[in-house]
Design a protein around this ligand. Structure first.
Ligand SMILES: NC(=O)c1ccc[n+]([C@@H]2O[C@H](COP(=O)([O-])OP(=O)(O)OC[C@H]3O[C@@H](n4cnc5c(N)ncnc54)[C@H](OP(=O)(O)O)[C@@H]3O)[C@@H](O)[C@H]2O)c1
Length: 275
């Protein structure tokens, strides 16, 4: 495909993990890519590709979102796919979360997605085409203890995306979400904020039980590259499918979620979480 006519993807949070893997994959498949990130020095390797522009974008800063979208349109002339990937987790008791932690979690995972979509829609509407892929989570379809605020954001993204898909389809624009299970990225390290301090184990010993169950499950992860493949499929398959489960764990757990009674499902989560 000649580079000048190749389709264009704008990706948020392209500095690491799933966003970086997606940027590399879209480039490999011949797309032009606006790889956006908070700190553009993290994009030095991506910037070496002729068909990549690395742009600053903090999803919590609407002006920076608008600037990045305008710069992408200026540079490439169009945007065919937007991958709303930027996000992080918040773990711990809901009760001990500060207002600021709650605000930031929603500002990043939910409002950030809204801002990017609002900024790209006018150009997609003019084109009469485009695909929006929101990176939600299996945690937007089912829950684990002590992730209530993260789940609240990802359930929001799932419901928002499905509703949006109906209203955009007549305009030729698709809205989809990808729901990964557990992925081997920095997510559980630098991208997992906590509502409690080290050594502060509240909730009658429940929190340490859940934490050690999480530790025991470490290692059974999908790769960021395999999730990027599913994002690419969602962006390019031309179908009306809205939900893309990503990873064997996501597929298996979702089937259980559909087939178990509520009592069985809640018991499964308790057992899985060491409760
Ligand atoms: N890993 C998993 O198990 C998993 C499972 C399901 C869903 N997800 C979702 O996948 C997405 C990517 O996470 P990941 O696993 O790839 O973790 P990651 O490697 O830590 O990547 C998170 C990305 O989000 C960016 N980001 C955070 N806040 C931002 C902001 N305000 N503006 C712009 N970018 C921001 C980070 O940028 P900086 O480099 O600037 O911090 C980083 O690029 C998230 O939405 C996450 O919820 C992950």
């Amino acid at each position: 495909m000649p580079i000048k006519t190749a389709p264009v993807a704008l990706i948020t949070g392209a500095s690491s993990g799933i966003g970086l893997a997606a940027a590399n994959l879209f480039v490999e498949r011949g797309w032009r890519v606006a790889a956006t990130m908070r700190n553009t020095t993290d994009g030095a390797a991506l910037a070496e590709h002729e068909q990549v522009v690395v742009l600053p974008l903090d999803v919590t800063d609407t002006a920076s979102v608008e600037r990045a979208v305008a710069a992408t349109l200026e540079h490439f002339g169009r945007i065919d796919a937007v991958i709303n990937n930027a996000g992080y987790g918040l773990f711990g008791p809901f009760e001990t979360a500060t207002d600021e932690q709650v605000r930031r979690q929603f500002a990043t995972n939910v409002d950030g997605t809204f801002s990017v979509i609002r900024a790209v829609l006018p150009s997609m509407r003019k084109q009469g085409s485009g695909t929006i892929v929101n990176v939600a989570s299996l945690g937007g379809l089912m829950t684990l203890p002590f992730f209530s605020l993260y789940h609240a954001t990802k359930f929001a993204v799932v419901g928002f995306t499905e509703s949006l898909s109906f209203e955009l389809a007549p305009l030729g624009i698709r809205a989809k979400f990808v729901a990964p299970g557990v992925v081997a990225t920095d997510f559980s390290g630098r991208s997992l904020a906590r509502t409690f301090s080290d050594g502060e184990h509240a909730y009658g010993g429940t929190l340490p039980k859940v934490m050690s169950a999480m530790d025991m499950r470490r290692g059974n992860y999908s790769s960021a590259e395999s999730i990027a493949e599913i994002i690419f499929t969602a962006a390019t398959d031309g179908s009306d499918q809205v939900m893309y489960l990503a990873g064997q764990d996501a597929e298996q757990i979702f089937v259980l979620r559909q087939t178990l009674s509520e009592a069985q499902r809640l018991e499964m989560v308790r057992q899985h979480s060491g409760l």
